[in-house]
Design a protein. Structure first.
Length: 256
């Protein structure tokens, strides 16, 4: 028999996109579970405020400035996180942006911004973290934060949906190659969770209509993702790799 309480004491976790929304929440959850955390994003003041919050609660946290679209910035930040925490055991690959408009109005710059952040950026961070995990020799867990629109399409978010579909497949490709190093790679696909990214949309009539199409008839809350996140990044999920876990109130199985 093994215990079922998830304890990340002694583990070091890097969370990207931790300056707001889900990433900030994920960093707090991992710290509460006992992990030391490195929090990364471009808005350093928000990261420092988060580190203060974690340390006031008795945790350990460091802020690492990172622009995921810039390979040099990613390398430097992952190195800083690894030195600051004494290695990296867990990566929450969460930084992401969206762009809401018809595919007919989607210009090249918008396409590039979404792809460079959500897909290329996620690849750069995962590659650097996996390299640090391999060098550490202890294996590790990578959780890519994708989306249900990486599994089914929705209107007005074509670049975003394609980037997340790419991230789901990158998850599988990395899982295949990194298992030999003891590194697990899984994707968490949230449904619609209210954050800064989408708050304005859910205030509209179209947003309210969308909520009515979710079988559970409500938006997700950040806390709905806590159990699935902890499963994927702890030994509770030791035999899971290449998995794609949707947490969406049943949205993917909504009636056609
Ligand atoms: N909210 C939802 O309903 C939902 C559903 C499914 C999936 N997701 C995914 O969950 C993740 C977090 O989304 P959220 O809702 O929490 O949005 P959010 O509040 O806008 O947070 C996005 C985070 O990504 C960071 N980021 C953006 N561009 C970056 C860059 N170039 N380099 C480094 N960091 C960057 C931002 O930090 P800085 O601006 O400080 O750099 C911010 O911390 C995203 O990947 C999103 O696609 C969200």
């Amino acid at each position: 028999m093994t215990g079922y309480l998830i304890d990340l004491t002694g583990k070091a976790a890097l969370v990207t996109g931790a300056s707001s929304g889900l990433g900030r929440h994920f960093a707090l959850v991992l710290a509460l579970a006992g992990a030391k955390v490195a929090v990364a994003a471009r808005r350093v003041d928000a990261l420092e405020e988060l580190c203060d919050t974690i340390m006031e609660a008795g945790g350990e946290a460091v802020a690492v400035p990172m622009d995921v679209t810039d390979a040099a910035s990613v390398s430097a930040a992952v190195e800083d996180a690894s030195v600051g925490l004494g290695g990296i055991d867990i990566l929450i690959n969460n930084a992401g942006v969206t762009d809401t408009r018809s595919v007919l109005d989607l210009d090249e710059a918008a396409w590039d911004r979404v792809m460079d952040t959500n897909l290329k950026g996620a690849f750069l961070v995962a590659r650097a973290a996996a390299d640090a995990m391999r060098e550490g020799g202890q294996g590790g867990a990578i959780v890519n934060i994708a989306s249900i629109v990486g599994l089914r399409v929705a209107g007005q978010v074509s670049a975003y949906a394609v980037s997340k579909a790419g991230l789901v497949h990158l998850t599988r490709a990395m899982a295949l190659e990194l298992a030999r190093h003891g590194i697990r790679v899984n994707a968490l696909c949230p449904g619609y969770v209210e954050t800064d990214l989408n708050r304005d949309f859910f205030a509209t009539d179209a947003g309210q209509a969308l909520v009515r199409r979710i079988p559970q008839r409500r938006l997700g809350r950040p806390q709905d993702l806590e159990g699935p996140l902890l499963l994927l990044c702890s030994d509770a999920g030791a035999y899971m790799t290449g998995a794609v876990l949707a947490v969406d109130g049943g949205h993917l199985v909504s009636s056609l």
